[in-house]
Design a binder for this molecule. Structure first.
Ligand code: ASP
Ligand code: MG
Length: 421
């Protein structure tokens, strides 16, 4: 029998009514003749609320206890969902991450999956039941402790189960119709994409598209799991994410999408001695602080001073640690000062068609200049161009670029639920 893995995000199971609605969608899939495994996130903003609560109780919540706390969110939704499905006359069993054989390393808060042995899930399926697995959590064999996979980790749980159980498809149900050419909350005329490649999806996710977690896409690409991102509020087909098929992109626009992201900050190291080894020194310090760097720019050394400025971007949550580590090393390293700027916005255009089409950057910079937007940094990959600007003009810039590349659709996109939080 064919197997489908379905993942329902927090906004799709935000209250009792939604849980019952999702239960009947799951029942329909089972009735259509499929084996069904479901991964579920915590209800609504539960995870955020639990984090807020922990911070009220403790200045620096202990990592192990934080995972114990946060995994309860998914336990609530999985049990409620199983009950609701049972009421529809189907056998359903919920499993925690550890019961489902989700083995991870021991890093609390950002554990990586090392092995999936879904013996009990298989057994439930063989007995005709629907299996519900708590998303975002696992178990470390050595410490015998519960772990979490990091924010948005339920997508990865679903994909890992789909790979281990050799599912036909992994359906990611969310509160929009699929992957869009821009965030419909920012660009109302954004268009739903019917098909994107793993690479485009990875770049879009890295560029700030929140519809699916980047680690899940990486996992899917590595294991060849086909993804179908779609709305839990309609029956419409959503966006298929898979490998690029021959000829598939011929009719596709050059640009798949425009993404905006305000989660990064910029650090400028001012007056760095312009001698070999200084960049290595600075980035070794930043890496030692556990910060993940995105863009880097080094200026030409200012005439006669023998000094240069180096700027880079990194996630805001790593910002303070990087600044502290650099400040501690300032004397030894010999740079003059540090500027920390957490009001930047990053705009990215992504599209596999960029590889074979010249002039995409010219078109992008023209659109930005027409909109009167000042560019602070630029970086590119084979299929992406990103620019840094002031945070407050980002939304307008995304809209302007979307229009300039001819991506605006005819109708407004629908956002069914969720706060985009
Ligand atoms: N509930 C977790 C979070 O909000 C996991 C998820 O939603 O995928 O991050
Ligand atoms: Mg969530």
């Amino acid at each position: 029998m064919s197997l489908i893995v379905q993942k329902y995000g927090g906004s799709s199971v935000a209250d009792a009514e939604s849980i019952k609605r999702v239960a009947s969608k799951i029942a329909q899939t089972k009735e259509a003749g499929y084996d069904v495994v479901v991964t579920v996130s915590a209800m609504g903003d539960t995870t955020d609320d639990l984090i807020d609560l922990a911070q009220q109780v403790s200045g620096e919540p202990h990592a192990r206890e934080m995972d114990m706390l946060l995994t309860t969110g998914e336990r609530i939704s999985m049990a409620l969902l199983a009950m609701a499905i049972r009421d529809l006359g189907f056998d359903a069993r919920s499993f925690t991450g550890s019961q489902a054989g989700m083995m991870t390393d021991a890093q609390h808060g950002r554990a990586r999956i090392v092995d999936v042995t879904p013996t009990r899930v298989r057994q439930a399926l063989d007995e005709g039941a629907i299996a519900i697995v708590a998303g975002f959590q696992g178990f470390n064999h050595d410490s015998r402790d519960i772990t979490t996979l990091g924010r948005g980790g339920s997508d990865t749980t679903a994909v890992a189960l789909a790979a281990a159980l050799e599912a036909e498809v992994c359906e990611i149900y969310t509160d929009v119709d699929g992957v869009f050419s821009a965030d419909p909350r920012v660009v109302p005329k954004a268009r739903k994409l019917d098909h994107v490649s793993y690479e485009e999806m990875l770049e879009l996710a890295a560029a700030g598209a929140k519809v699916i977690n980047i680690r899940a896409v990486e996992f899917a690409r590595r294991h060849g799991v086909t993804l179908h991102v779609r709305s839990s509020f309609t029956e419409e087909s959503g966006t298929w994410v898979g490998s690029t098929q021959e000829g598939m992109n011929v009719e596709e626009p050059i640009i798949a999408g425009v993404a905006g992201d305000t989660s990064e900050a910029k650090i400028t190291v001012v007056g760095v001695p312009d001698i070999p080894g200084k960049a290595a020194e600075i980035f070794t310090i930043v890496a030692g602080a556990g910060a993940n760097i995105d863009m880097i720019v080094q200026n030409v050394s200012v005439h006669d001073t023998g000094r240069t400025d180096i700027s880079f971007t990194l996630p805001k949550e790593d910002g303070q640690r990087a600044v502290d580590a650099l400040t501690a090393a300032q004397k030894d390293s010999g740079f003059e000062s540090l500027i920390y700027d957490d009001h930047i916005g990053r705009l990215s255009v992504v599209g596999a068609g960029m590889r074979t089409n010249a002039g995409v950057s010219a078109q992008l910079f023209t659109a930005l200049s027409t909109a009167g937007i000042n560019i602070e940094m630029i970086s590119t990959s084979e299929i992406r161009i990103s620019v840094i600007m002031r945070e407050e003009i980002l939304a307008d810039a995304v809209q302007a670029v979307h229009t300039a590349f001819g991506l605006d659709g005819d109708v407004d996109a629908t956002v069914y639920a969720g706060t985009g939080r």
